[in-house]
Design a protein. Structure first.
Length: 267
């Protein structure tokens, strides 16, 4: 039985992760946290899902949660996730981090901390998206410079970072597959008299509207045709199920930094 603690438990993703835990065999929720001052702190976790009492109280710090657990699942914010990860290192416990928007310095810090604990850190825990990562790499390697590459991502109006972590990961994959330096070829906005498109460009366009859970399209445009590969998330449950799957996997791994391609054996 894999014993989990969930941070940001009363948030949109936290609630879905808790629900996924309760619907997955071999996994048990043993603790849940929220930020200090959150109105749900002190309540039973079951109230988040409209369930009967679980005997697990929502607390406002990891220090107040039970010490008897195997893995932390964290989909919060870059600063909060780093703090949680440092705490996991002090306890020598595993972690699953689904937060996006890390700076370069924060990413380097994650690499250092995870030398001591096993951690799955991925911008998207969806099985379908991670299969898409593999597919777009293969397509880009075949088409190379003959086709223009554009990434279009759409999310809900409350998402704070742009482009999405998933879109950024796609851009890195496509640049690597076509032997390009992403910083030199990425184009994030087009406006005015910009001239003809450079063949090496990788466009990354962002849409924020309504309650879109997440959509990502990679477009390969060539002479007389275009190929579009699209993933649409219908609910946050797909990310939650992936996170729980990652939690079950990571607890038996050696210290190190992993992603969902490792979890799904796609490398």
């Amino acid at each position: 039985m894999t014993k989990c603690i969930v941070t940001g438990a009363a948030g949109r993703m936290g609630i879905r992760i808790i629900d996924a835990i309760y619907h997955t065999e071999g996994v048990e929720l043993v603790g849940a946290t929220e930020v200090k001052g959150h109105p749900r702190v002190g309540s039973d976790v079951g109230t988040l899902l409209g369930m009967e009492n679980t005997s697990i109280t929502l607390v406002d710090s990891l220090e107040k949660a039970t010490p008897d657990f195997d893995v932390l699942i964290d989909f919060t914010s870059p600063e909060s996730s780093l703090t949680s990860l440092e705490f996991m290192r002090s306890l020598k416990r595993a972690a699953v981090i689904g937060t996006t928007g890390f700076s370069s310095a924060q990413t380097e810090r994650i690499k250092k901390v995870t030398q001591d604990i096993p951690c799955v850190c991925a911008p998207n825990m969806s099985v379908g998206i991670n299969l898409m990562f593999t597919i777009i790499r293969q397509v880009a390697q075949k088409l190379k410079d003959e086709y223009d590459i554009e990434i279009i991502e759409s999310h809900h109006r409350l998402k704070k970072d742009a482009p999405s972590g998933t879109a950024v990961e796609m851009a890195h994959i496509l640049a690597d597959a076509t032997e390009r330096e992403l910083d030199a070829v990425a184009v994030h906005q087009r406006k005015g008299l910009i001239g003809a498109r450079r063949p090496e460009e990788i466009g990354i366009q962002v849409i924020r509207a309504g309650d879109i859970v997440g959509e990502h399209t990679v477009l390969f445009g060539g002479p007389g045709e275009r190929l579009e590969i699209t993933h649409r998330a219908h609910s946050r449950d797909t990310f939650a199920r992936g996170a729980v799957r990652a939690a079950q996997w990571v607890v038996i791994q050696q210290p190190g930094l992993y992603d969902m391609l490792d979890v799904l054996a796609l490398k």
